[in-house]
Design a protein around this ligand. Structure first.
Ligand code: ATP
Length: 882
């Protein structure tokens, strides 16, 4: 096919009446042609009107000719030049050898079949290749050379090969040449198809990966847009929530509003959508700031007086929490960097170092990426294995703190301080009296009026997934019953391995509780289930001394009460003696809660007076009273001035006014009651609230038959202690001068058979434990000898049959309780002296006398006073006799 000028085209155009040239249907063989055979026109393409495209002419050669002279180059092709040609010699037409034909046929068929299998070509074309292959197979030998001429132009041989074929006259040689060309052609086709497949495979793998990554990028971008700050790792959990919400929303549409189910589904959806599923992006900002620890310390100091040990432990706790956040942050940066590197690698080496790293494949990929046929790599998280440090961060577990202590010792407010230091919301869950597991986990939606559990409710109130959650009073959670086991549910909540996907029965989607900082509080350790206790780190708050209470009252409670009651500092000036009296006479607790109430009472009393004064004088309520203390004016000087001032509002509150304001002091009478009496001594106990107290041990002798009678709701252990005490006293009654003979029973002396009745008051309160042993011995000895133990002496300790004093628990609480009750001498087991030295505050130790006793005899000497009891012989003699 070649372009020709228009005039030549016109000259060649056949007229419809007499075609100047044979039509394509007229077949003339070269042998039958004498002279010049005009070429056969197989196609003629006219250009479009008014275009300067040439005409296209496709001719089919009919015979092989040789030009005798080379053609002249002429400008005007018309009239067509006549050229002299010579025809090949006759023998050129002799039929080729059979084996040559066979070889040609085999090569041609192989190539044609290969073509027919090429899936990149159209079905019709492949069919035509098959037809040609059949044609070749069935062709006769003498037509083979002509066939070879035709095939060579169809299979896309090189131009040089075509020329060689054209100039070769011998059919055998031509066939041989064509056979070679076809074989060459076949190998080219095979190799290139192999390459194409390889490139194709690698490209499709690459493209698939890229496509998936792009989809991932699109999904996470969409999620980011919907919920800014959501980490990609959370997307999975969120997807579940979204799925549940969508399904329910669809259901809601189908239920008519008047149907009861409509309301149920609606409430469920409201709950589901109101939970703060995504943690804020700035969650760890406060934690990772360099001044976090200093700020936290100041926060704790600003909120609480004293509690040095507790604060030190809390600082350690916060340091661990911060460390964890820092390592996690570092890990995130590391991961982002690794991602970047991987991303770069993929861009630089898109083949990804695949096994068949042949250059052609790589180049093809690069070219495609460059040409934009493969989309550029998206800026998405290329999956990078989590760095070591992230695992390390996960490994650091912030312990769950458990504050143990009596009421009002600041357990709840310490939790609030921690939340403030961390910049997180604070929520409190009161677990006291929770009997039903469903209160923690929620009721299933099949129940009428079901709802989510306490944890989900707290999260909704907090508005964030990472609040500080105070589980208050975990010692008062109900034990296992037919409503399930609430403490087992708590176990799951507090277990960092399980709480990542906590299942609330109502919401029925996994809730991630791992971001929450749990703090538990309890009054006593005894009723906490052991596995629960095992998960917590116990921090003891034992109660405050009078000094500490005075400071807390002055610095925290009074200002707090003033603000709550709309007054300010100058309106109420509590003198030191008044405050001391409030602390000592109106409260006797380990914490400061009732002290706060008493101070509140005083402030309210003054608020009434001030309001009356403001009304009477027509003053602005925010105005200040006229009597203000001068700088560092002692309180007695202020009192004096206030008395001289006479009329108007007096902000000064004196100790003798307290009776008028707060009523009779509660603890006066009890103190008066505490006088030295025969048969009565003061023991020390720790109440169920975790508070240390003094407790009288009373005994009297009644006519009877030598038995011991015990009352006061005593448990088995304390009853055994009493038996032990009696046995010891009986054994030593001769030594103590109670009986005149060694073998005599002090309860069964011939002229007086008595029973000992031992009573521990507050009979309604259950008491148990071995620590009243020494007090019982002293009470019985006092009863039988008639000597008294001073009421300012208190004691604690367990006894053994051999008269040893064994250590007891809760020494700090007991000593503080004795201090509050005004005791000045405390008898403690020798083995507990470390507890006194380490735990009891210095000022208490300075004001009290401690006797550390190893034996009951040492206890008796300390309680009754050296030399008061008439010891006859040494104990070992008695022991050997018995
Ligand atoms: N060391 C302290 N310094 C300042 N204020 C304190 C201190 N200890 C307790 N308080 C105050 O005492 C009040 C009662 O404390 P809080 O409610 O924390 O007691 P609690 O130990 O949680 O009691 P409960 O066991 O009954 O829950 C709060 O107002 C608190 O601020």
């Amino acid at each position: 096919t070649f372009p020709i000028p228009a005039n030549l085209a016109d000259a060649l155009l056949p007229t419809p009446s007499s075609p100047p040239y044979p039509s394509s249907k007229t077949r003339e063989t070269p042998s039958s042609t004498s002279g010049l055979s005009p070429p056969r026109i197989t196609r003629f393409v006219r250009p479009r009107p008014n275009s300067d495209e040439p005409h296209l002419l496709t001719l089919t050669g009919l015979a092989r000719v040789r030009l005798t002279d080379p053609p002249q180059v002429v400008n005007d092709p018309l009239p067509l030049p006549r050229l002299d040609v010579s025809y090949p010699p006759q023998d050129a037409d002799s039929p080729p050898a059979t084996d040559v034909v066979q070889d040609f046929k085999a090569a041609a068929i192989r190539l044609l079949e290969r073509f027919s299998q090429d899936t990149s070509q159209s079905a019709r074309k492949r069919e035509s290749w098959t037809r040609i292959a059949h044609l070749v197979e069935e062709s006769e030998s003498h037509k083979a050379a002509a066939l070879a001429d035709a095939i060579i132009s169809a299979v896309g041989a090189e131009h040089a090969d075509k020329l060689v074929l054209l100039s070769t006259e011998s059919p055998s040689l031509r066939l041989q040449h064509v056979t070679n060309v076809l074989a060459k052609q076949l190998s080219i086709v095979e190799v290139s198809s192999k390459i194409a497949t390889a490139v194709d495979e690698s490209l499709s793998k690459q493209q698939k990966a890229l496509f998936l990554r792009q989809q991932l990028a699109a999904i996470s971008a969409e999620l980011q847009r919907l919920e800014p700050g959501i980490p990609t790792c959370m997307a999975r959990g969120m997807a579940e929530v979204r799925r549940a919400a969508t399904a329910e929303a669809r259901r809601l549409k189908r239920i008519p509003p008047q149907n009861a189910e409509h309301g149920v589904v609606r409430t469920y959806l409201e709950w589901l959508t109101s939970l703060p599923w995504t943690p804020p992006a700035t969650a760890s900002e406060t934690l990772t700031r360099s001044d976090f620890l200093t700020n936290s310390k100041s926060q704790l100091d600003a909120d609480h007086y004293g509690l040095e040990k507790v604060k030190r432990r809390l600082m350690e706790y916060l340091a661990v929490v911060r460390l964890r956040a820092l390592i996690a942050q570092e890990a995130e940066t590391e991961q982002a960097k690794a991602q970047e590197v991987t991303l770069k690698k993929v861009i630089d080496d898109p083949a990804g170092g695949a096994s068949e790293a042949d250059g052609q494949k790589e180049n093809a990929c690069r070219a495609l990426i460059k040409a934009g046929e493969i989309p550029a790599l998206p800026q998405v998280p290329v999956p990078v294995p989590p760095p070591q440090s992230l695992l390390k961060a996960k490994g650091i577990k912030a312990p769950i703190l458990l504050f143990i202590g009596p009421p009002g010792t600041g357990k709840t407010s310490l939790g609030q301080s921690i939340a403030r230091a961390l910049g997180r919301p604070f929520q409190r869950i009161a677990l006291g009296g929770v009997r039903d597991e469903a209160e923690i986990r929620g009721h299933r939606r099949t129940y009428v009026a079901s709802g989510p559990g306490l944890l989900a409710q707290a999260l909704r109130k907090a508005g964030r997934m990472d609040p500080v959650l105070l589980l208050d009073e975990i010692d008062k959670v109900g034990q296992s019953n037919y409503h399930g086991d609430p403490s087992a549910a708590l176990l799951e909540v507090l277990d960092p391995e399980q709480n990542v996907a906590f299942n609330d029965h109502y919401l029925n989607v996994p809730i991630d509780l791992s971001q929450i900082l749990f703090i538990c509080t309890a009054n006593s350790l005894d009723t906490i289930s052991p596995p629960l206790l095992d998960r917590c780190e116990v921090i003891q708050l034992s109660g405050y001394t009078h000094d500490e209470k005075l400071h807390i009252a002055r610095r925290f409670l009074l200002p707090k009460q003033l603000t709550q009651n709309g007054l300010s500092g100058p309106h109420v000036q509590l003198t030191e003696p008044a405050l001391l009296k409030t602390v000592t006479h109106y409260t006797r607790e380990a914490g400061v809660r009732s002290l706060e109430r008493s101070i509140g009472g005083i402030v309210r009393f003054k608020a009434v007076e001030w309001a009356a004064h403001v009304d009477a004088q027509g003053l602005a309520p925010s105005s200040l009273p006229t009597l203000l203390p001068a700088a560092s004016e002692p309180s007695d000087a202020l009192v004096k001035r206030s008395k001289e001032g006479g009329v108007g509002y007096n902000p000064v509150v004196e100790a003798d006014e307290l009776e008028k304001i707060l009523g009779l002091s509660r603890y006066d009478g009890e103190d008066r009651e505490r006088e030295a009496r025969r048969g009565v001594v003061w023991g020390l106990v720790v109440t169920g609230m975790g508070e240390g107290e003094i407790m009288p041990v009373e005994s009297i002798a009644t006519p009877g038959s030598g038995h011991l009678k015990l009352t006061g709701s005593l448990g088995d252990v304390i009853k055994e202690s009493a038996e032990l005490a009696l046995s010891w006293v009986k054994t030593h009654s001769y030594d103590l001068g109670i009986t005149s003979k060694r073998a005599q029973d002090p309860l069964r002396i011939p002229d007086a058979m008595i029973d000992i009745h031992l009573h521990l008051p507050a009979g309604a309160q259950k008491k148990d434990g071995p620590s009243a042993g020494v007090a019982m011995v002293c009470a019985m000895v006092s009863l039988l000898t008639g000597k008294c133990v001073p009421p300012t002496t208190a004691m604690t300790g367990e006894i053994t049959l051999r008269g040893r004093v064994s250590p007891v628990g809760g020494v700090k609480e007991k000593v503080l309780g004795a201090h509050r009750a005004g005791a000045n001498k405390v008898i403690v087991p020798w083995a507990n002296r470390k507890d006194v030295e380490h735990d009891v505050p210095k000022e208490v130790r300075a004001r009290m006398q401690f006797v550390f006793a190893r034996t009951v005899r040492e206890v008796l000497d300390a309680a009754f006073g050296e030399g008061t009891l008439p010891w006859h012989t040494l104990t070992p003699v008695v022991e050997s006799r018995l």
